[in-house]
Ligand binder design. Structure first.
Ligand SMILES: [Ca+2]
Length: 430
């Protein structure tokens, strides 16, 4: 295991990333979420303290926020002394994870579709667990998220999301299987939900899952990226660009907002999303927060309420990768009848998986939100007061990793997994 001193990692304020995305406005490959790793970012140093906001790069757009705290929050800095440790390395693109046993993680490998067990104490990595589903691993597809049933200790049920080939293209699918007692295989794996319609593309699958306190699942999807399919994010007869609420058998939860609407799909909980890559419940308020990947700029943090429309692709605080405006450049959500994001990034933070810090091991982090950043190559720490973002910090800025997902262990360590196959553990020093 490699120990890295925290002080070495604390010079984020001296770094400035200048996005040159405009230089590669050639469709899919310019999406920072794209899988070709052809990052076009350049870095240059600036004097420390040159900018009081966490964001030192110039904005991409000229949009005005709907309220002052909606973007570019003041920079904050963790005061506690932290240890950063590389627990494991040499894995493939590590997309999702869950702590299924104290200090032991289930970790998905997106491209190889493997499910692994990683021991945080000795850094050991298991052989691939048998019985995982067949996936479509083109583009942003593959084996995506993993979580365990609330009654896992008895049922040993593991839930996973993945890109699946079906007639007409691919879908974001959810399946479940039973982890054998010897942890070598997933038994009786079955698909419980497919986010139809299928589409012949390999981008924007969304794919995060989380259990609520009534033991039902929230699933996030993407709108499949291309114009015009992305417009289906606004349609209630398609599961694209949605937050979906289903039971452990894949049925719509009977309190869902469109159950009574015969023209709408029963599983839909909220709509008008682009590509929802992170989801978690706020530890204090219990609200469901999501992060969705924007176009060029305009990544959003949203609080999800049933039946709400979050506006994509009608309104956005971002612009097309080509530099063109979206819908003539309408950014205000509320004025158009949509829900304003609680926060947006301009330029992008390239957000992926996220987790609230629901632990007291690092007291100043309590109820803060941590979000993995991809092309941005950092972890974002967000400080929230009364649903307003009042501070932002960037962590592990010099590792050069695409941070795909983060979680908080029972012990209060922050774990991050990356596209480069690294597993980091950040914990209070000592
Ligand atoms: Ca929006």
């Amino acid at each position: 295991m490699t120990k890295v001193s925290w002080s070495r990692l604390m010079f984020f304020t001296m770094l400035m990333f200048v996005l040159t995305l405009a230089a590669c406005g050639n469709g899919d490959t310019s999406d920072e979420e794209s899988t070709d790793n052809s990052d076009t970012d350049t870095e240059e140093s600036v004097d420390e303290g040159a900018d009081e906001s966490a964001e030192s790069e110039p904005k991409v757009t000229e949009f005005e926020p709907a309220f002052p705290e909606q973007t570019r929050a003041p920079a904050v800095e963790t005061e506690a002394e932290l240890d950063v440790e590389v627990v494991a390395e040499g894995l493939g693109v590590s997309w999702g994870m869950e702590e299924f046993d104290t200090n032991r993680l289930l970790v998905t490998q997106r491209d190889s579709a493997e499910l692994l067990i990683v021991d945080l104490e000795d850094g050991s990595v298991s052989d691939p667990i048998e019985g995982t589903p067949e996936v479509n691993s083109e583009g942003q597809g593959g084996l995506l998220d993993v979580t365990i049933a609330p009654d896992f200790d008895e049922s040993r049920l593991v839930f996973m999301t993945f890109a699946q080939d079906i007639e007409g293209g691919t879908v974001t699918a959810v399946g479940k299987g039973v982890l054998s007692e010897d942890e070598a295989s997933l038994e009786d794996f079955e698909v419980i939900f497919q986010a139809e319609p299928a589409y012949d593309g390999n981008l924007h699958y969304g794919g995060r899952i989380i259990f609520d306190d009534e033991d039902n699942l929230f699933l996030t999807t993407g709108e499949r990226s291309d114009d015009p399919i992305r417009e289906r994010a606004q349609d209630l007869d398609a599961y694209l660009g949605k937050v979906i609420h289903i039971t452990q058998d894949g049925e719509a939860v009977d309190t869902n907002p469109f159950i009574e609407d015969e023209d709408a799909l029963d599983g839909i909980y909220s709509y008008g999303h682009r590509n929802v890559q992170g989801v978690d419940f706020h530890p204090e308020t219990g609200d469901l927060w999501i992060v969705e990947f924007g176009p060029q700029a305009g990544d959003e943090l949203n609080i999800i309420e049933p039946g709400n429309n979050y506006g994509w692709p009608i309104v956005s605080y971002g612009i097309e990768y080509s530099g063109e405006l979206i819908n003539d450049g309408v950014s205000e959500h509320e004025a158009q009848g949509f829900v304003e994001p609680r926060y947006y990034w301009d330029p992008t933070s390239a957000p992926s998986g996220m987790s609230f810090y629901d632990n007291d091991a690092i007291p100043e982090w309590e109820n803060n939100l941590f979000i993995g950043g991809l092309a941005s190559s950092y972890i974002v720490r967000v400080v929230i007061e009364d649903d307003l973002i009042v501070g932002e910090e960037r962590l592990l800025t010099d590792e050069g990793e695409r941070f795909r997902d983060v979680l908080v262990t029972e012990d209060g360590a922050l774990i991050a997994i990356t596209d480069g196959g690294m597993i980091y553990k950040i914990a209070a020093a000592g």
